[in-house]
Ligand binder design. Structure first.
Ligand SMILES: Nc1ncnc2c1ncn2[C@@H]1O[C@H](COP(=O)(O)OP(=O)(O)OP(=O)(O)O)[C@@H](O)[C@H]1O
Length: 255
């Protein structure tokens, strides 16, 4: 059986005279944790922006579950099961923790406006399922007791976990995390590590990760892609990447 989830080839993004992403290729299979690493300004976030419809790539193909998606708008791509977080936390900070989860669910409800207006049976069922799913996620990320607190008042690490749970409310197949460990303390990073692995192993999804924390990346990734100055530099298992001379040179021996 074909287990290819995402196939990216020739991905190129030009901003005026700047070639931010140059001919990048990558592949994500079902139930894999794939990391994209590279020095600051290498083009990692631009790759994410191209994959999720925030930017229209200058060139290249993005195939998700066998279907080209590079011309589609972001909300259509996310409905297909490819969702992301951002480098900076983007919660609805004035809303409560549980409302942040329910709002994500509502955007993905397969019911019509009229069904919502008249509270049809199918709408009520979908709504009840959403509430149950939200309760489960609150439990899992240790925020059940803060369900009615304003999201903006949570500790930073809690906000990061809430963002991931919010993505999971939409039941994605591919979760893309942009520097989820940035600003976390070591204990919070360990919790994040455990959560990401659990998403792959128990929720059976794939994770595409941009991250600078090499301990985290090397510990959880099935495969790693390295980009440098917009160009693909290497890809392989964590072990292969750690001993790749080109990678070591680009990172000046950071491993
Ligand atoms: N909208 C934009 N307009 C012009 N230039 C941009 C835009 N977005 C990114 N760039 C440029 O593209 C290059 C790659 O940026 P990008 O944010 O993708 O790098 P990155 O690898 O994610 O960096 P970091 O690890 O620091 O987050 C940089 O030179 C950046 O200034």
């Amino acid at each position: 059986m074909d287990n290819k989830l995402l196939e990216v080839s020739g991905l190129t993004m030009r901003f005026g005279g700047l070639l931010a992403v140059n001919n990048v290729a990558l592949e994500v299979n079902d139930q894999e944790i794939i990391s994209v690493i590279g020095p600051n300004g290498a083009g990692k976030t631009t790759v994410f922006n191209c994959l999720t419809g925030f930017y229209q790539p200058t060139a290249g193909q993005v195939i998700y579950r066998g279907e080209p998606v590079q011309q589609l708008p972001g909300h259509v791509i996310s409905r297909k099961g490819m969702v992301r977080t951002f480098q900076h936390v983007r919660l609805f900070k004035e809303m409560t923790v549980v409302e942040n989860l329910l709002v994500a669910q509502h955007r993905h409800l397969n019911t019509s406006f009229l069904a919502g207006l008249f509270k049809t049976k199918s709408f009520k069922k979908a709504e009840a399922e959403g509430i149950e799913r939200a309760a489960n996620w609150l439990d899992r990320i240790g925020l059940a007791e803060f369900a009615n607190r304003q999201a903006g008042n949570l500790a930073y690490g809690q906000q990061r976990r809430l963002e991931i749970a919010r993505c999971m409310m939409t039941q994605p197949s591919l979760l893309m995390l942009d520097e989820p460990a940035a600003g976390l303390n070591p204990a919070e990073t360990d919790e994040l590590d455990e959560l990401i692995v659990e998403l792959r192993d128990q929720h059976k999804i794939s994770i595409l990760l941009i991250e600078h924390d090499m301990k985290l990346v090397m510990g959880i990734s099935d495969r790693i892609y390295v980009v440098n100055q917009g160009c693909p530099l290497a890809n392989g298992t964590p072990k292969e990447i750690q001993s790749n001379p080109d990678v070591i040179k680009a990172y000046l021996g950071e491993f």
